[in-house]
Design a protein around this ligand. Structure first.
Ligand code: HEC
Length: 145
């Protein structure tokens, strides 16, 4: 009888520890995810001013038909596209597929602009650059404003 009693108490104690552990692990997981989201939102926030500076420089470079500068500025945007795809907006945060799609549209528009400039088609490149600006705006409409 006494032994049984001890076993029961032990089971209860271990059971309680195990359940607590689970709850703890669960809590941590939630916390980690929120922190990750936060990091990705901060990342986006710090990336965007660079985007606006670089796209202004890209536009000037197209105006001046300066292919070296066009490639350099476009390169900065293209280099940060993978980070943009990983980043998280504050608004419509669940619509990841759409978010990545809009980042891909930006990437394609930048690539198109550069390839026309490389063929010395600066008039065409300027038209293509309008699509870059539209890609910025499309994402802002959905995920920022
Ligand atoms: C895939 C989505 C996406 C694309 C593409 C995008 N942005 Fe943004 N941008 C955002 C989001 C979301 C915010 C709001 C950030 C925040 O709330 O921290 C933002 C904010 C900004 C801001 C305000 C600064 C800030 O951090 O709030 C500027 C300026 C900006 N973007 C410029 C640009 C330019 C220029 C381009 C194109 C070359 C561009 N963005 C492309 C999603 C995007």
């Amino acid at each position: 009888m006494r032994k049984g009693c001890i076993v029961t108490v032990m089971c209860l104690v271990f059971g309680a520890i195990a359940m607590n552990g689970l709850a703890f692990a669960h809590g941590m997981e939630k916390h980690d995810k929120a922190t990750m989201d936060d990091v990705q939102m901060k990342k986006l926030h710090s990336m965007m001013p660079m985007f606006s500076e670089v796209s202004a420089k890209l536009e000037t470079a197209l105006e001046k038909k300066n292919i070296v500068a066009v490639e350099a500025e476009a390169g900065k945007l293209l280099k940060s596209v993978p980070d943009l795809k990983k980043s998280k907006p504050h608004k419509n945060i669940k619509q990841r597929k759409k978010y990545v799609e809009l980042a891909t549209n930006l990437e394609m528009a930048v690539n198109h602009t550069v390839s026309l400039a490389q063929k010395s088609d600066f008039a065409g490149a300027k038209v293509a650059f309008k699509k870059v600006e539209e890609a910025c705006a499309a994402c802002h409409t959905k995920f920022r404003d």
